[in-house]
Write a protein that binds this ligand. Structure first.
Ligand SMILES: [Fe+2]
Length: 197
């Protein structure tokens, strides 16, 4: 009797390949080339109660992987990446990225100048560094959307900016789930800690 076909876990393949990647270009090519669909990400597919879901899949010395789950009309705030390389792969639905250049006016009070605006759909990949600017992401559609975010190295906080008045604050990473297990975040913590993507 022939053996049943072995299920291919592509996210594990990506983790193994990224662990030995030697350059940002290689990292980008690995993430672009390996197809990943929502079926294998089911343990991490959770939406947030008051914001988009942030689901930690993997974290290591060199990088981390987070699945973001967006309900219609949910957006991040404009933010930087604290020196990390951020690579995003759209897994399902459509997500729109608005980029900005930051013009410092005074401490904690800046002007954000909008630059590129691009919409991504299934399988498409983009990347950003602080040298390239800030960005915000959002789901402008009427359907749910999911995106994988890879950070090299892992990112634990970010500077978030108010689009209207340019005020800046530091926000910490919080997760809707970690390694497939939903986290318990108190209402007080939700007020204090805002998500970044
Ligand atoms: Fe981001």
């Amino acid at each position: 009797m022939p053996a049943a076909p072995r299920a291919i876990n592509n996210i594990q393949t990506v983790i193994e390949q990224l662990s030995v990647a030697g350059s940002d270009q290689q990292r980008l090519e690995i993430i672009e080339s390996v197809p990943i669909d929502l079926t294998e990400l089911r343990p991490y597919h959770h939406y947030g109660s008051s914001s988009y879901g942030r689901n930690l899949i993997y974290t290591g010395v060199g990088f981390e992987i987070i699945l973001l789950c967006w309900q219609p009309q949910q957006y991040s705030t404009p933010h930087d990446h604290q020196g990390s390389l951020c690579i995003m792969k759209c897994i399902s639905g459509e997500l729109t990225e608005q980029r900005y250049q930051l013009q410092a006016k005074a401490v904690n009070n800046c002007i954000l100048s909008p630059t590129e605006r691009v919409t991504f759909c299934d399988g498409e990949v983009t990347s950003i560094t602080d040298q390239q600017g800030l960005h915000k992401l959002g789901n402008e559609t009427a359907a749910e959307a999911c995106s994988l975010h890879f950070y090299f190295p892992p990112i634990h906080s970010a500077n978030a900016y108010n689009e209207q008045d340019g005020s800046q604050k530091t926000v910490l990473s919080v997760f809707t789930s970690e390694y497939g297990v939903k986290t318990a975040v108190t209402a007080t913590e939700k007020v204090k800690l805002q998500s970044v993507s």
